[in-house]
Every structure is written in structure tokens, then in C-alpha cells.
Write a protein that binds this ligand. Structure first.
Ligand SMILES: [Zn+2]
Length: 197
């Protein structure tokens, strides 16, 4: 009977060998030169590679606001990712390693939203040891507390560093720009109408 038992073993070993042969991980999490922990390439990552999905609890904007207004911005590092006007992913709850990817003003990664899911992809070839980063473009309002906005200072070290992880234009500024563009369009349309008369 002992022999029979051994006979069943090779199948198990074959399976183990397959597991051992699987691809080594693309990235590791370790201390970052930019901020706290960072995600670094463990091997060469070719341009266009889908590196990791940004996971976490899916909540509404209202729920996210309530959750983090209470806590305050301790170190300017929340794990919220805005997916749409309805959904925010809070990687502080059930999040994966993607939450440790820092902002960069000269990013080697980009985020791709597909069917409500968020993926981080390589924007260019990435060499082993390089820290992964993408443009956070955090939204803000000109009425936000300047002290709070200062929490989002960027120290990515890129030559093109803007000094902030915030979107260059505040949300209310964008709305103003959009309104101005709409008004300008109307004006041009009216001018054309007048010119035809
Ligand atoms: Zn920067």
C-alpha cells in the first residue's frame, strides 16, 4: 500500500514544479525616497504592461468625504481613488499594494479605468528597481483650506516637479473655464448669425 501512495505523489510534485516556474512578481513594496512606502519594479516591465489593479472598498463620494473629514489629513496620504462621479475606491479598506504607488510629476505609469475598475499600466519601459508612479491629479476647490492643500506637496524629485500632487486647476476654476468656453461658443454663434444678416 505504501507503494501505491508514492505512486500518487508525482502528480502533486508536477503541480508544485509548475507553481515554482510561474513568473516572478513584477514589483515589491519597500521604503520610498519620495514618501513612506513605495512600489518598485522587481524586474523589467515593458511599456503597456497592466501591472496591478487598484483595489479597495467602493463607496460614494459622500461616504468618502464623511470618512476622511472626521479623520483629517494626517500625512496627506489618503487612499481614495475617484473612479467616476458616483464611485470612489477607498484602498484604506480591503486595498492591495497598488495603494502604495506614489504620485509622480514625471510618471512611468498611468491609470486606466475600464468597466468601473482601475488598472495601473506602464507608460514606458520600466527598469528593475525603479519606483512606480502615476499622476494623481487630485481635485480641489479654490475655497479649500490652504493649510490642508499644503499637505499635498510633492517631493518626487523629477526635473518637471510641480511641487504638488494637486491638479493644476481647481474644480471650481474648471467649471468657470467650461462656462466661459460655453459662453464664448454662444458668442461666436451669435456673431456668425449677425454676420449673415
Ligand atoms: Zn513632483
Amino acid at each position: 500500500m505504501k507503494h501505491a501512495k508514492q505512486k500518487s505523489r508525482p502528480a502533486h510534485h508536477a503541480h508544485m514544479r509548475r507553481a515554482a516556474r510561474s513568473e516572478p512578481p513584477l514589483y515589491t513594496v519597500r521604503r520610498s525616497r519620495i514618501h513612506g512606502s513605495g512600489v518598485h519594479a522587481a524586474r523589467r516591465i515593458p511599456k503597456g504592461t497592466r501591472i496591478v489593479e487598484y483595489l479597495g472598498e467602493r463607496i460614494s463620494h459622500a461616504a468618502a468625504d464623511a470618512r476622511y473629514e472626521e479623520k483629517g489629513q494626517d500625512d496627506g496620504h489618503t487612499f481614495l481613488f475617484v473612479v467616476s462621479s458616483k464611485v470612489v475606491i477607498d484602498a484604506g479598506v480591503d486595498g492591495n499594494e497598488a495603494r502604495f504607488i506614489n504620485h509622480s510629476c514625471d510618471p512611468n505609469c498611468e491609470t486606466v479605468i475600464e468597466g468601473g475598475r482601475v488598472f495601473i499600466e506602464a507608460l514606458r519601459d520600466i527598469e528593475p528597481g525603479e519606483e512606480l508612479g502615476y499622476e494623481y491629479g487630485l481635485t480641489w476647490e479654490s475655497t479649500d483650506d490652504p493649510d490642508e492643500l499644503a499637505n499635498y506637496a510633492c517631493r518626487c524629485g523629477a526635473a518637471s516637479c510641480r511641487g504638488t500632487m494637486l491638479d493644476p486647476v481647481p474644480l471650481d476654476g474648471k467649471r468657470r473655464q467650461q462656462a466661459q468656453r460655453r459662453a464664448a461658443k454662444k458668442k461666436t454663434a451669435a456673431a456668425r448669425k449677425n454676420a449673415r444678416r
